[in-house]
Design a binder for this molecule. Structure first.
Ligand SMILES: Cc1cc2nc3c(=O)[nH]c(=O)nc-3n(C[C@H](O)[C@H](O)[C@H](O)COP(=O)(O)O)c2cc1C
Length: 199
């Protein structure tokens, strides 16, 4: 069987819980996950979750509570890594959560780190790019940048949790977003039932 590969970027928008819960789920469906983080993503995860991924001695156990050997951390400054090139074939990229700074850089072709370069590559190679932006309110520049990304082929999947499944915990609420990311990747998920479906 073909090796399923996913690229994941985590940036410094609020909502580190989405990244945490998404990675735990995605690791069940992808053989390899190439992860890259901005410095600010680490700061925000520390603030919001009290735990954050460490670059030195990276272990998923420390911040995801699970040992996931298929999650491979790449340095965000290192362009000598697979997702930096279009020759590396993979099944898509998710940026979760995506800051307005990162969204703006991608929308304007400024690929100055591995997250923005890997996203740039997805757009030029017509690969799946799922951007999970989080900010409120959005100013006109942000809206235009997100529109530009959508026009270039990205899926804009805002971190707007749904309430109609009556989530009981913060994790349930976050999972309403995680489920939609997995669906956008064509991955089976059992976090949230499909609306009016018996399956
Ligand atoms: C606690 C905290 C929460 C933040 N939340 C957001 C947010 O929701 N959306 C956003 O665009 N930026 C947010 N920021 C600001 C970004 O972290 C900042 O613009 C940073 O430069 C983004 O860098 P990056 O895109 O390289 O991760 C937040 C910063 C902090 C410290």
């Amino acid at each position: 069987m073909r090796t399923r590969k996913l690229v994941v970027g985590i940036t410094g928008a609020s909502g580190a819980i989405y990244a945490q819960r998404f990675l735990r789920q995605a690791a069940r469906s992808f053989d390899q996950i190439f992860l890259t983080l901005s410095d600010q993503a680490i700061q925000v995860a520390q603030t919001e979750l009290g735990v954050a991924p460490r670059r030195e001695g990276f272990k998923t156990q420390d911040w995801l509570g699970l040992d996931l050997p298929n999650v491979i951390l790449l340095n965000e400054r290192d362009f000598f890594t697979p997702p930096a090139s279009g020759s590396f074939r993979h099944d898509g990229m998710v940026i979760v959560p995506c800051s307005m700074g990162t969204a703006g850089r991608i929308a304007n072709g400024i690929s100055n780190d591995l997250v923005t370069r890997a996203a740039d590559v997805c757009l030029k190679e017509r690969r799946k790019l799922i951007v999970v932006p989080r900010e409120m309110p959005w100013n006109l520049i942000m809206l235009r940048n997100l529109t530009q990304l959508a026009e270039a082929g990205a899926t804009i999947l805002p971190a707007s949790p749904g309430w109609y499944h009556k989530p009981q915990t913060l994790e349930d609420l976050a999972d309403t977003v995680v489920a939609r990311i997995l669906q956008a990747l064509d991955v089976e998920q059992d976090l949230v039932k499909e609306w009016m479906s018996n399956e």
